[in-house]
Write a protein that binds this ligand. Sequence first.
Ligand SMILES: Nc1ncnc2c1ncn2[C@@H]1O[C@H](COP(=O)(O)OP(=O)(O)O)[C@@H](O)[C@H]1O
Ligand SMILES: [Mg+2]
Length: 254
Amino acid sequence: MTTVEAQQPVLELRNINLSYGSVVALDDVSFKAYAGEVIGLVGDNGAGKSSLIKTISGVNAPDGGEILVDGVVRHWRSPHDSMAAGIETLYQDSGLAPDLTIGSNVFLGRETRRRGVLGRLGFLDQRAMERGALEQLRRVGITIPETNRTVAELSGGQRQAVAIGRAIAWARHVIILDEPTNHLGARQSGEVLKVITSARGQGLCVLFISHTLPHVLEVCDRIIVLRLGRVVRDAPTTEFTVESLLGAITGLNE
Ligand SMILES: Nc1ncnc2c1ncn2[C@@H]1O[C@H](COP(=O)(O)OP(=O)(O)O)[C@@H](O)[C@H]1O
Ligand SMILES: [Mg+2]
């Protein structure tokens, strides 16, 4: 058996620093992430989680440090660059267009990046696009009866499933999910956790940001704890309990 440590990290951060004026949001953040791994990213409000994912996805440019994808140092000019490198990010606000169909949402904004796929399907062939979307979502374990309904007609859980499905369908290396189970019921959260497991099974690296520690402990292989912009723990999930994880997040009991 090859251990993950023997592989090349699919994503690596080296000494990332980011400040907003005098506020230090990320302080010397380094970690490695591997294909087929679900990593929990946890921390209190203001710990730097959103700043970190925005840096990985190219929304923020770091003040210092390096981001490597497949061992190569990359500099993002915009989120399009990180997407082109195979990194998909689902922000807290899903970014779906409620008035468009599910199918249209799955292909939204892909025109320039996936000319091949869209070229084959044809820009104006709505039905072919709906079929393509259905296939994409099925591939990641999401079954939606018809993709020609608008997103506005879906339940919260179904919307989230479409948003995650869309991100996973297009991701080639890394998928970043910011609080994907927020505002979902237990059953719907369970569905989302299943989709995360399915993404891992496809060899993606998943960065899972969540405040719901039982979800993190259930689905993650490893957990990175941020506190005041610094990585204070980075360890296999088996080394944590809810209590010790809370302790690492708050810094109490130290
Ligand atoms: N756009 C911004 N301008 C100024 N300060 C910010 C901005 N975004 C975040 N911060 C600050 O950076 C720190 C990290 O915030 P953030 O990355 O949002 O943490 P988290 O997502 O873990 O709650 C906090 O102190 C926050 O107040
Ligand atoms: Mg945040």
